[in-house]
Every structure is written in structure tokens, then in C-alpha cells.
Design a protein around this ligand. Sequence first.
Ligand SMILES: [Zn+2]
Length: 310
Amino acid sequence: MPEGHTLRRLARQFADVFGGQQLAVSSPQGRFAGGAALLDGHVLVAADSHGKHLFLHFDHSLVLHVHLGLYGAWSFGGDSTFAGSSSIGAPRRVGERESFDDGAGGLPYDGPPAPVGAVRVRLVGANGWADLRGATTCETITAAEAEAVLGRLGPDPLRNRRGDAGRFIANLQSRTAPLAALLMDQKVIAGVGNVYRAEVLFRRRLYPWLPGSNVEETEARKLWRDVVSVMTDGVADGRIITTTPRFWAGHGKAAARAAAARTETYPAREDAHFVYKRDGLPCRVCRTTVLIAELVGRKLYWCPSCQQPA
Ligand SMILES: [Zn+2]
């Protein structure tokens, strides 16, 4: 499932490619025909995300609310000026732009192709289109209903508004569930998924089963700051990188400097994480074998030596 950084990039992308445009909105599959009709012909005025939720605001105060869930995905296409990625979630580098000339042989853009598969909603602007498939939630709601959705969610580290750190700390400390479960609870903190969950616990050397109520305020604040930091990097990088350059294979000092300056250097996929999907491999820090556990129905990766109970 995409984590919060992907949704933030998605929101930016919608603002970039469709912002200020009157959109044709339809439901080729038919399941969202009523909701699409409410938006059809209106202007997209803002696109935003909170946690794993996407909100597209239209000029008549109605909102397209989408949660991708496990299987949802957006795909984009359009002419050479349409700065869309072919599928959201695919790794992209900072500033990279993909463009599309629909049709073979350099034919000019002549509108979107016939929909393929179960397209729940299709948005079409002047220069391109976006198709949504397989989402858990796709609904047209009022601005007040969108506010109500936000009210049920915890703070989003990518917003990091005034008071958010305090809200996160209070949310943690008022619960006795294990820290690793609380980080995945969207009412406690919005946008963290399985990868960031495992990685930030390791980075802070936290025992995954530590009850939320036992997390000291200072540590909770450092944890919040670390989540803000790694997820902000994720928005810039278009992928989750939680290791620092000294853990990347084959990178000399010059490459490490370039990486620190966030230029073209990125780690190989297998070097990007400390513990996520590294069960059975030696911990990058202490060489202890990384373990896997089942927690709230999701696999948790952790180092039993680096992440001991306090
Ligand atoms: Zn370790």
C-alpha cells in the first residue's frame, strides 16, 4: 500500500497537471457514475493529501475523496506537456519528468485512449488524463464531509503543522498498544505504512512492543521528528530511503557527498532500508540477524539487539 509520501506526490501531481482546469469526469466502469456526474465540467481548484487520503477540491465546493487501499492505483497519460508519471508509486527521481506522446509515430495528442479494465473514475483535462482503478474509497463529498474525514485522522508528518508533534505524543501516551501497532494506526499518526513503521523504529532503536503509554515525551518527540524527516525525503526522492550513504555499497566519499547534497546518487534497492524485508540478513549496525514478526496482521521487521526493551 502506498505510504503518505506517495499520496503527497500524487496531490502535487494533480495540482500540476490539472490545477485550474475544467475537467471531464466520468466513470467508464460505471460504479462511480453518480459521483462523477457531480464533478463533471467543474474546475479543479486544489489537490491535497492527508495520510493515505487524497482530496481533489472543485470550484463548487465538492471534493473527490480517494483512498487507494491495497490495490488502488492511478495511471496518467497525455501529450508532451503533460508532466505526469505513468503510474504513481513507481520510483521517480527528484525533478524527473516523464512525458507522453499518445499514439504511435509521434501523432499529436487526440484525447485519452479507450479505458482499459475497470476504471472507476477518469479525469480528463486539456493535455492529459488520469484513470483510477481498484481503490478502496472513491466518493464525491462536501467540504464539510472532507473536514470530518480529516477529523478522524491523526496528524500527518508531511503537514507537520503547529501542535502536531504534541498531538502525536498525546495519542501515543494515551494508548497501551505496542508502539509498532500505534505507528500504523491512522488515528494516531496518518500516512505511516509498513516500511516507514519498521524503519523509524529501528532508526530510533525502539523496542516494537513498547506500550505507547511507556514512551517518554522526549523520545516521542524525537520519533515524530524522525518520521517528518524521512517522509519528507520520501516526497523528494519518490521512494523510501532510510539509510544514510555510509551504508550504501560501492559508494566512495565523493558519491556520499553527492548523495548528502541530494543530487543524482541514490542507493541500490537492497541498500535503502535498515530492516524492512531484511529478515535473515545481518543488521547493518550490529550484525545480529534481523527478525520478522507478525503484528496487527502485517509483517514487522526488527533487530533484537538494536531494539531492546528499555
Ligand atoms: Zn542491530
